[in-house]
Design a protein around this ligand. Structure first.
Ligand SMILES: [Zn+2]
Ligand SMILES: [Zn+2]
Length: 350
């Protein structure tokens, strides 16, 4: 995909439609709508159930367990291991993380990795699959862009060429198999908590149903929106303590740090994509980095690319920004062009 000229302000030039037939296009949209709305309906049902009837501790414990299991599958597995190669994992761990991430209803592992590498290759300029700047930097364009970056892009017809962006995974039989199992893993992601809740609840069907709603649908819904918020909010608001490439407006957004398992230190990540730790400054919680550290201690992960103080210092925009308070260091307003600093030639998705 060749770079398209872009001034950092205007809407991105339109992409030619690539839908094969109208029927296929309708099916695409219907499946995406199902993946996006089913968990939302689950949350609505959850609130209805909670009203006057409550929800059990088992439901919430199962929800937490599956939230972090599938969440680390995405952050540690899909993102830091498979997209950016921040460390090397033993084959069983690599496959296990890919399976866990696939259970998050965010697409198959190969398409997730390809899309995310494309995001790094074209960040916030034409070619980026989910930039909030797609419709320009005016107030209306910015709102439109926020919806687009959050989940509107999922409904668009702008597929990412997996052979171009993820040839390594396409060539890996285990990843091809896990990608092909995506629909089954989605079903398992809902069935497992339901079965666990049913078994723990003395095989009462109501216990299975509440576990399905809380630890299944509502949990998927929450993780989806947290992940999507990294794509939308973490390119729109927050601080930018580190230099990124031209047009790249990725930000650090502390309120999402815990729920996103460290992924909302997104400016730091875009500044040094293959670093295994995104929350590099004191007090910046990064649970995913903690999990990678645990894997390293167990001998399951090697060659971990931990932060390099020299590299960090090179990319830090101002020493005063460490750690950046929320009010300092350029809150990125729609009309403000990013503080890009020096170009980093090695700043590629790897
Ligand atoms: Zn990003
Ligand atoms: Zn990334």
């Amino acid at each position: 995909m060749a770079a398209i000229p872009y001034d950092g302000v205007e809407p991105f030039p339109g992409h030619p439609p690539t839908a094969t037939t109208p029927v296929q296009r309708r099916i695409q949209v219907a499946v995406t709508a199902l993946l996006v709305t089913a968990p939302l309906l689950g949350l609505v049902a959850a609130v209805w159930l909670l009203w006057g009837r409550g929800v059990g501790a088992v439901d919430l414990l199962l929800a937490g367990f599956f939230y972090f299991l599938t969440g680390f599958g995405v952050t540690v597995g899909f993102h830091r291991l498979l997209t950016h190669r921040s460390f090397t994992a033993k084959p069983a761990l690599r496959a296990g993380l890919a399976v866990a991430g696939s259970m998050s209803f965010q697409g198959s592992v190969i398409s997730w990795v390809a899309t995310h590498r494309r995001h790094h290759a074209f960040t916030d300029r034409p070619g980026d699959p989910h930039s909030p700047y797609r419709y320009g930097t005016g107030p209306v364009g910015q709102l439109h862009g926020l919806v687009h970056a959050h989940f509107g892009w999922l409904f668009g017809d702008d597929p990412t060429d997996v052979d171009h962006f993820a040839p390594d995974l396409v060539a890996e039989p285990a990843m091809r198999r896990i990608s092909g199992m995506f629909p089954v893993l989605c079903v398992a992601s809902l069935a497992l908590p339901a079965l666990a809740g049913w078994a723990i609840g003395d095989f009462a069907w109501t216990a299975g149903v509440t576990a399905l709603i809380w630890a299944g649908l509502a949990r998927v819904f929450l993780l989806q929106h947290v992940t999507w918020s990294v794509n939308s909010l973490c390119h729109l608001m927050g601080t930018r303590p580190f230099a990124t490439r031209r047009h790249d407006r990725a930000t650090n957004l502390w309120p999402l740090a815990l729920l996103s398992m460290g992924e909302s230190w997104h400016n730091t990540h875009h500044s040094d994509p293959s670093c295994a730790r995104h929350g590099v400054d004191r007090g910046q919680i990064d649970l995913s980095a903690g999990v990678i550290r645990l894997f390293e201690r167990l001998g399951w992960a090697t060659d971990v690319r931990w932060p390099d103080p020299r590299r960090l210092a090179e990319h830090r925009l101002s020493p005063a920004a460490a750690p950046a308070p929320a009010s300092a260091s350029a809150s990125v307003l729609p009309s403000a062009l990013p503080r890009t600093g020096p170009l980093a030639p090695r700043d590629r998705a790897r």
